[in-house]
Each structure stands twice: as structure tokens, then as C-alpha cells.
Design a protein around this ligand. Structure first.
Ligand SMILES: O=P(O)(O)OC[C@H]1O[C@@H](O)[C@H](O)[C@@H](O)[C@@H]1O
Length: 304
């Protein structure tokens, strides 16, 4: 198979199956038994599990697995728009589309393949998409699972138009947490952020670490280092590293907003936190023939 790999280690595995709506899903498994499940619906990562079968991503018990709506949870692709910052549907159309397995992707660096179980997906705009957003592109997504359980997503977006186009982007990532009131994020302190709850007004983060006691809907700007999510109750810490993605979306709907989201349980806000590697404030512009790349790497380590 060219489209998916388990290179340099025969025990890493990639299996394609169908979900109950007939949509292909790709199961990546590393030699130690960690796994990730990628759906062609939205190119979305639906599950990421440790070698102890512990789920690391949140998916709502009310999630709808039928296109065109994106599944509430996992890691989805917001492209070519983030949120309502534009005329397209919220968070753009990519997350609602059926992607294809990319049989023959342009090569990536050997480090992005060796020892990893991975799959390459491809999205091209339909005629309908081109009516709403008249820019021809090829969007290649690689999702890979390393031997140490790291999950990596690499997006390559190529302009195959005859004029430049601009877009925003995010990996909307729903982390599974024990209790939103108890988690702490480090890596965002002192950064400016745009607050969606205050008409996108700009503020500066003052605290040493970010904690949660009410609805949060922000985009932190120009973060260069890693971001860590400490979950003491689950005794684990997520570390998020990114390239080509200056911004970080942080979202939790809290109690009141949760009740207005049909595919989300009233109490589920306690168990999830979205931290999105993103490019939002300054749109990415690519010229004809040019390619943009955005990389997200997430790892989880036990903590005390
Ligand atoms: O329900 P969606 O489309 O997945 O979006 C979830 C939330 O995502 C946030 O980023 C938006 O600022 C919110 O307005 C939105 O409610």
C-alpha cells in the first residue's frame, strides 16, 4: 500500500474498515498497542488511545456520525475558515467533507514516516465548494502514530489556482480530561488573545497558568513554545507542539452554552477542553503553485 504505511517496523499496522454509515475509517496501531482511528469523514481523528487502551480524546455521547455535520469531538480540521470569521459555514467546509485516501502523496521527510503507522488523506474542492470559495487547492493530510505513541498531523495545502488565496486554519482538538475545574494550561501566559466572548477584543493573559471557571472562547496569538495541559486527576499531561501554526484556540462552552449545543451533553463540558493549533489572526496567503504546511504533534506523559 502506498497511501498508508507502517515503515521500518513490521508490527506497526494500518487497517481500513467501514463505519456503520459506510465511511472508510483507518486504524493506526503502533508496536506497543497504542492506536489512532482516522475517519475519511472530515479527515477527523476520532480516537487516540494509549497502549493501556486509555482514550485521550473526547467525543460527545451525542455526537452525530453522519455527514454533512462534523463529529463533535476528536481532532477535526477547520479550513478554510476558523469560526465565523468569514462568510463560509462555521469553521469552514473541510471538516464536513468526505476525504479520499491519498494513494500517491508527494514524499515527506523520512522522519515523518520511519517507525510510524500513518495514513495520507486528500481533499480537493467539489464544484459546490468552488461556488462558495472559488479557489482550487489540494489539501494533503498525514496522520501518524509513532512508536512512543505521539500523534502527528501534517497538513499540506497547495494552491493549484492561477491567483493567490488566503485562508485560516485550525486543528480543533478535543482533549479528554477528568474535570475542567482542575486542569491547568501552561505555555499561554503573557500572550495576547482575542476573546470571542467580547467581540474578539484583544487582551493580554495575566496569570501564571490558565485555569477554568466559566466559558472560554479565545484565540491566543503568536505562541512559539510548547503548550502543556496538566490533568492531575487523570495523572497525565498533554504536550502540544506546532509548526506553521502561530495561534492557539481555547474553547470550553461551560454549562449554559452546552445546553444549546444539540450534539453535546449538558454536563459534558466538564470532561473536555479544546486546544487548537491554529493560524487565525493573520490569514495564510499562498501564491499559485505554492504550498503551506502546518504540523501538530501531541504527546501524553504520566504525571503525579
Ligand atoms: O459547534 P462548532 O461549530 O463545532 O463550534 C464550536 C465553537 O467553536 C469556537 O471556536 C467558536 O468560537 C464558537 O462560537 C463555537 O460554538
Amino acid at each position: 500500500m502506498n497511501h498508508s504505511g507502517a515503515e521500518s517496523d513490521q508490527r506497526a499496522a494500518v487497517h481500513v474498515t467501514k463505519d456503520k454509515n459506510g465511511i472508510d475509517q483507518v486504524l493506526l496501531r503502533n508496536p506497543r498497542g497504542a492506536s489512532a482511528l482516522v475517519s475519511l469523514h472530515g479527515g477527523q481523528v476520532l480516537s487516540w488511545k494509549t497502549d493501556h487502551d486509555e482514550e485521550l480524546l473526547f467525543t460527545s455521547s451525542k455526537a452525530i456520525f453522519k455527514p454533512p455535520s462534523a463529529v463533535r469531538g476528536g481532532i477535526s480540521i477547520c479550513f478554510p475558515q476558523f469560526g465565523t470569521r468569514g462568510l463560509l459555514e462555521k469553521h469552514g467546509f473541510a471538516r464536513n467533507k468526505i476525504w479520499a485516501i491519498d494513494e500517491n502523496p508527494p514524499p515527506l521527510h523520512p522522519n515523518d514516516s520511519n517507525g510510524k503507522a500513518f495514513v495520507d488523506l486528500l481533499l480537493k474542492p467539489s464544484d459546490e465548494d468552488l461556488k462558495n470559495w472559488p479557489h482550487s487547492f489540494e489539501f494533503r493530510l498525514r496522520v501518524s502514530l509513532a512508536e512512543d505513541g505521539y500523534l502527528t498531523m501534517i497538513s499540506r495545502i497547495r494552491n493549484i489556482n492561477c491567483k493567490p488565496f488566503s485562508f485560516s486554519f485550525a486543528y480543533r482538538s478535543y482533549f479528554s480530561i477528568a474535570d475542567i475545574s482542575e486542569v491547568r494550561i501552561e505555555g499561554l501566559e503573557t500572550l495576547d488573545y482575542l476573546d470571542n466572548l467580547c467581540e474578539k477584543e484583544r487582551f493580554t493573559e495575566q496569570g501564571d497558568a490558565l485555569t477554568f471557571e466559566s466559558e472560554v472562547d479565545r484565540v491566543y496569538l503568536s505562541s512559539s513554545g510548547a503548550i502543556a495541559v496538566f490533568d492531575h486527576e487523570k495523572k497525565r499531561t498533554f504536550t502540544i507542539r506546532k509548526e506553521g501554526l502561530p495561534d492557539v484556540g481555547v474553547w470550553n462552552p461551560w454549562e449554559k452554552k452546552s445546553k444549546s449545543i444539540t450534539d453535546f451533553g449538558d454536563e459534558e463540558y466538564k470532561k473536555m477542553l479544546c486546544i487548537d493549533g491554529a493560524a487565525v489572526e493573520k490569514k495564510i496567503t499562498i501564491k499559485p503553485g505554492e504550498e503551506w504546511r502546518g504540523r501538530l504533534e501531541i504527546c501524553v506523559v504520566p504525571s503525579t
